[in-house]
Design a protein around this ligand. Structure first.
Ligand code: HPA
Length: 242
């Protein structure tokens, strides 16, 4: 069966939706962060959703992740490409580049993180590999075809936010084995797993993590965001055109 793609847009990438058709969708968990937008890319319909809202008003801890994933699932999405801006901890990547993490560690708390509960029979979703291998492979191949360098692998530490980390917190994440730090891949990835939707994260490196640069983090973000977003867009447009 052909894949029906969804794309979860993050900070700085919501403009992707500017000229698309909005589709208002309700869910049992309330409204998603924004309408879904239908894109016709290479003859396929791709559904896009801006997780922080169309005007970037919903911070990471306040996102209704369940509504967002349920909304995409209810429209038949079988594979989600998530764009997540991150800071880089290890030296494997530079700001302005992109990577495809293959593992995560969840440091978030207090977020509605499961569809189970409320008297329904529950299951324990497998999460050994939090990012779908075949979808990652397709993204890596799309990157090659698009002429974009995309780092293969790495561990994404998901922090609570919305504040950035302290230098000591980043040291701890590094000792834990993390390469990237961001605030939004969880519970998104786990909720997709509960619904049986493939999920891969394209990490857009927009800064060096706290304590890893002489420059203020926001300066890094301002300088490097556009380059990382442009690379990610080239990869997803290539993927969706196949
Ligand atoms: N930390 C957490 N989340 C982020 C960062 C960071 O340095 N950069 C972009 N999202």
């Amino acid at each position: 069966m052909p894949e029906r793609y969804g794309i979860m847009l993050g900070s700085g990438s919501a403009d992707f939706n500017a000229s698309a058709m909005p589709l208002t969708v309700g869910t049992a968990y309330g409204p998603p962060s924004a309408p879904l937008y239908e894109h016709d890319i290479g003859g396929q319909c791709v559904l896009a959703l801006a997780r922080h809202g169309d005007r970037h008003t919903i911070p990471p801890h306040a996102i209704n992740y369940r509504a967002n994933i349920a909304a995409l699932g209810s429209r038949g999405v079988t594979a989600i490409v998530a764009l997540n801006t991150v800071g880089v901890i290890s030296a494997v990547l530079e700001p302005g580049q992109i990577g495809l993490p293959d593992q995560l560690i969840d440091y978030t708390w207090g977020r509605a993180h499961t569809f189970f509960g409320g008297g329904k029979e529950f299951a324990h979703a497998e999460f050994t590999e939090p990012f779908a291998g075949p979808l990652r492979e397709r993204l890596l191949r799309a990157a090659v075809k698009a002429g974009v360098t995309c780092f293969d692998g790495g561990v994404y530490a998901v922090t609570q936010g919305p504040r950035l980390e302290t230098a000591a917190e980043i040291d701890r994440l590094e000792r834990d084995g993390a390469d990237y730090v961001g605030m939004t891949a969880m519970p998104e990835a786990a909720l997709a797993a509960e619904l049986g939707i493939d999920y891969a994260c394209l990490a857009l490196v927009v800064n060096r993590a706290a304590g890893r640069s002489d420059r203020p983090i926001h300066d890094d973000v301002e300088i490097h965001s556009a380059a990382a977003i442009a690379l990610a867009m080239r990869v997803v447009e290539r993927l969706f055109s196949e």
